[in-house]
Design a protein around this ligand. Structure first.
Ligand code: APR
Length: 242
């Protein structure tokens, strides 16, 4: 199956890689819902509405920032894995577009081009008010809760929280890429969170072949032309190894 899927990728003109937390799992970054996760998936240990929603931030901003800073230090200590490396090389060599739900910077650190982050980036802070102020932050030494230098509202991680809209430019670019690709390579996502997960069926309805890499079946399994069960770090490099 890996060989047949690899041949499909080798023949394709336009490839989009749609990824989720499973892409970074082998780098030591916890996933959210993976029932197989050794150290436990985040949402089995923490309440997403308390830590990843505007309401949770309003109720206890210190706790939210402390939790994101713990995730930031974990990401700073992590390294891109062979799946990140393979997707980055394919983006440089054949224009593969990475559409990711991940807020970490591991694709960027692997040298990927054309990375569309649908759920924002944990490597920046933005003003929680309306002034639009953004600041890049040091993942290894993230700042504590502080006011925006422009308007005084609190700064918060530049990620999309539950109940918030996705960045319009990223969504438009992702839709365009998924409507034009020959192959959509779905890597390490439960495909449970919308609107992002809707891109898989959207690409299929525009004629794209669907290749899924996951350590277990997911909500997208029914859409797959090829479902490759196993770790992304082992399977993804083989798909491009032609
Ligand atoms: N290789 C491939 N797949 C893996 C690996 C691995 N090494 N490890 C875990 N997986 C798979 C799991 O089986 C699971 O299906 O990755 C998937 C991770 O799913 P989730 O934890 O639900 O993460 P994701 O799909 O990215 O979540 C979507 O939900 O919480 C929000 O905003 C957050 O972007 C996130 C969104």
């Amino acid at each position: 199956m890996i060989d047949a899927a690899g041949k499909l990728i080798a023949k394709a003109d336009r490839i989009v890689a749609f990824s989720g937390a499973g892409l970074s799992a082998e780098s030591g970054i916890p996933t959210f819902r993976d029932s197989h996760a050794v150290s436990g998936a985040l949402w089995t240990k923490y309440d997403p509405m308390t830590l990843a929603s505007p309401e949770g931030f309003a109720a206890d901003p210190q706790a939210v920032i402390a939790w994101y800073n713990w995730r930031r230090r974990t990401i700073a200590a992590a390294q891109p894995n062979p799946a990140h490396q393979a997707l980055a090389a394919a983006s440089r060599n054949s224009g593969l577009v990475n559409v990711t739900q991940n807020v970490d910077d591991l694709l960027h650190r692997a040298g990927a081009q054309h990375v569309i982050q649908l759920h924002g980036s944990i490597a920046v802070d933005r003003c929680h008010g309306q002034c639009g102020h953004y600041e890049a932050i040091d993942l290894a030494n993230p700042p504590d809760l502080r006011p925006c230098v422009r308007c005084g509202e609190p700064m918060r991680p530049g990620v999309v929280w539950f109940g918030e809209s996705l960045p319009a430019d990223a969504w438009t670019a992702a839709e365009r890429a998924c409507s034009q690709c020959d192959v959509l390579l779905v890597v390490g996502t439960s495909a449970a969170v919308y609107p992002a997960a809707g891109l898989i069926n959207y690409a299929k309805s525009h004629g794209s072949r669907i290749i899924i890499v996951n350590t277990q079946p997911s909500e997208a399994s029914r859409l797959a032309d090829f479902e490759l069960i196993g770790p992304a770090g082992e399977i993804v490099p083989q798909l491009f190894d032609r």
